[in-house]
Design a protein around this ligand. Structure first.
Ligand SMILES: NC(=O)c1ccc[n+]([C@@H]2O[C@H](COP(=O)([O-])OP(=O)(O)OC[C@H]3O[C@@H](n4cnc5c(N)ncnc54)[C@H](OP(=O)(O)O)[C@@H]3O)[C@@H](O)[C@H]2O)c1
Length: 304
């Protein structure tokens, strides 16, 4: 298919991940979607990446694939950097050579979480974990390549397809009569569907704009509106489940609130994962709904 035809071609990596799966749906009305998984494009193999990009010549490369095992990354940093850093550098170079747009996803873990307010895009980064550092390496590779890009930093992602905190709480709530959940870390649960839908909206705007070279390349924070703690998030997921008739062992109103220090993990988490989304909203006219709205919709999908 010739590039820059009326219908654009999208190449999606990691299309079986939470966000990748939803992108297959949200990008489909915009053009031809080439959805790749690890078996068709292994990001640890730079030649795989070059081969698929040169074969399909996408107008837009969308890269939700990532090494996301946050704790495991502490013991296998080479692999985390290969997927989250080096592979992104290759994707950026290929996109630049083709004149394609590169859409990439990053994380609140690039921050140390010590800020009192929500983070804006220009705040100083200071990742505390291997995962956060490897994701920052990916951001920096894109910026250095000088490619047209959109980097969406998001947080607390949950989708119907794949594992996440909400699903873990549902499982534990069915199995156990008591639960202890961290109550001193703050963020906004953001559904994979919202991330994919916003991606499609912004990309459509890019595609329809006459002058794609002056498109607003950059980093954008993308999270649902509102904020909560892991404890309040778990309580809401289980309250909603009980209201929908899901049988639970735990009483959603009696989940124990604990400090992060009572639940040590190999990789430190930011205490503050709140992302200020003003730039995304103002630049592209995007409305970001409250996190509960997306979460209820996601839970309805999981229960059906
Ligand atoms: N999950 C979160 O809470 C969160 C928070 C902030 C930012 N993010 C970022 O948001 C983006 C999407 O996250 P997500 O939750 O959708 O992640 P996910 O569900 O873990 O999916 C990641 C995908 O990457 C694929 N992948 C891993 N290694 C690969 C390799 N070597 N070659 C090709 N594919 C590979 C996985 O393939 P397999 O299915 O074969 O393993 C999986 O499909 C990522 O950039 C992530 O860093 C996520």
């Amino acid at each position: 298919m010739p590039r820059n035809a009326a219908i654009p071609t999208f190449l999606i990596t990691g299309s079986n991940g939470q966000v990748g799966f939803e992108l297959r749906r949200s990008l489909a009305p915009l053009g031809k979607v080439v959805a790749l998984d690890r078996s068709s494009c292994d990001l640890t193999r730079p030649d795989d990446i070059r081969r698929v990009v040169r074969e399909f010549q996408p107008d837009v490369i969308v890269n939700p694939a990532a090494y996301t095992a946050v704790d495991k990354a502490e013991s296998e940093p080479e692999l985390a950097y290969a997927i989250n850093g080096a592979a992104v550098e290759v994707l950026a170079a290929e996109a630049k050579a083709l004149g394609s747009l590169l859409v990439h996803y990053s994380t609140d873990y690039v921050f140390d979480g010590s800020k009192a307010d929500a983070y804006v895009e220009t705040d100083a980064v200071n990742p505390q974990s291997v995962y956060g550092k490897s994701k920052l390496a990916g951001e920096q590779a894109i910026s250095a390549a000088g490619v047209a890009h959109l980097v969406f930093r998001t947080c607390w992602v949950a989708g119907a397809h794949g594992g996440n905190f909400a699903k873990t709480m549902l499982k534990l709530g069915r199995e156990r009569d008591s639960l202890r959940v961290i109550a001193d870390q703050f963020g906004a649960p953001t559904t994979a569907a919202l991330i994919a839908d916003v991606t499609a909206q912004v990309v459509a705007r890019h595609w329809l704009s006459g002058d794609r070279t002056s498109f607003a390349s950059g980093i954008y924070h993308l999270a649902a509106a509102g904020e909560t703690t892991w404890h309040a998030y778990a309580s809401e997921v289980l309250r909603y489940a009980a209201a929908k008739g899901i049988e639970l062992k735990v009483d959603p109103a009696r989940i124990e609130a604990i400090p992060a220090t009572a639940y040590p993990l190999p990789a430190p988490r930011p205490a503050n994962s709140r992302l200020d989304t003003s730039k995304l909203r103002h630049t592209f006219g995007i409305h970001l709904p409250d996190w509960q709205q997306g979460m209820h919709y996601l839970l309805d999908q999981i229960f059906s």
